[in-house]
Design a binder for this molecule. Structure first.
Ligand SMILES: [Zn+2]
Ligand SMILES: [Zn+2]
Length: 283
């Protein structure tokens, strides 16, 4: 008998009600917040993800399902939602819908990852995109929306961690400092990290190899290198969260993410099993 591929799962009639409850609850909260649903193709030209997600990310370097179609075009199953949504925003002229534009999606994604607890190669991701605003209020709105969802679903012991990864201008200074830190141990890093040193050393902090993780201990923190504008933005995010009574901790290790992310980054983590339940960045 042929079995399902590794990293996939069947959702059976006996558990589908859980999926439907979660999906319907989230949909209601997002639509009430003025978000509009968008659906984009399961596959896109590979170049979209290489350019949009970033050539030095783990996603693009190691995890994409890429193949040549019968017309000899390089095609990739979408590993994340933002690249396709932003492509549609431009290609379909969604700017005419006014800004800021609030979009949400619930779509299966595909990543060739090591199969482990809570991780599948086909997985469903619900995401939101706020396009056309750089305000700190938009960051806070996204965080509060996520918190509303967790509260409504009564998910216990969820912790919010935040950080800022700055903008291209402060990131440049930080990357120089980071390279100075990494350089003495350069030879000890894995081959993938070596290729990242020149182009995007922040990716080295995201390496999952044990020896690289150990070498990274004590690395400089980007939060100490923020420019005035980014610092002010981050201070505003923090004070607005405090005013709204949303508890958070600063976690300077959140530097992951795709190349186009700037400023506020955050994660909701379950303290029960250490799984990240939600991770979001802003473009
Ligand atoms: Zn900056
Ligand atoms: Zn490494």
């Amino acid at each position: 008998m042929i079995q399902k591929p590794k990293g996939t799962r069947d959702i059976l009639p006996g558990e589908i009600y859980v999926w439907q409850y979660i999906e319907n609850t989230i949909k209601e909260i997002l639509e009430n917040a003025g978000m509009k649903e968008i659906r984009v193709p399961v596959f896109e030209y590979t170049e979209l993800f290489q350019r949009g997600v970033g050539e030095t990310t783990d996603v693009v370097q190691k995890e994409m399902y890429t193949f040549r179609d019968k017309g000899d075009r390089s095609i990739t199953l979408r590993p994340e939602g933002t690249a396709g949504v932003v492509r549609s925003y431009v290609e379909d002229g969604l700017i005419n819908l006014g800004t800021p534009l609030k979009l949400w999606y619930s779509m299966p994604m595909y990543r060739y990852e090591n199969v482990q607890k809570g991780r599948y190669r086909e997985f469903r991701q619900i995401g939101t995109e706020l396009i056309g605003t750089e305000s700190y209020e938009a960051d806070v709105e996204t965080i509060v929306l996520a918190k509303t969802i967790f509260d409504k679903l009564e998910i216990p012991n969820i912790k919010l961690n935040i950080n800022s990864i700055g903008c291209p201008s402060c990131r440049k200074k930080y990357q120089d400092a980071l390279r100075d830190f990494l350089r003495p141990n350069f030879d000890k890093y894995c081959d993938t990290c070596k290729t990242r040193f020149g182009k995007n050393p922040m990716r080295i902090l995201d390496c999952k190899e044990k020896k690289c993780k150990e070498l990274n201990e004590g690395a400089p923190r980007i939060i100490d290198y923020l420019c005035d504008e980014c610092r002010k933005h981050f201070d505003n995010v923090k004070s607005m969260l405090e005013k709204l009574g949303v508890e958070y901790e600063i976690d300077s290790s959140i530097v992951r993410g795709l190349d186009y992310y700037t400023k506020t980054v955050f994660e909701f983590v379950s303290s029960d099993d250490g799984l990240t339940v939600l991770r979001r960045w802003k473009i």
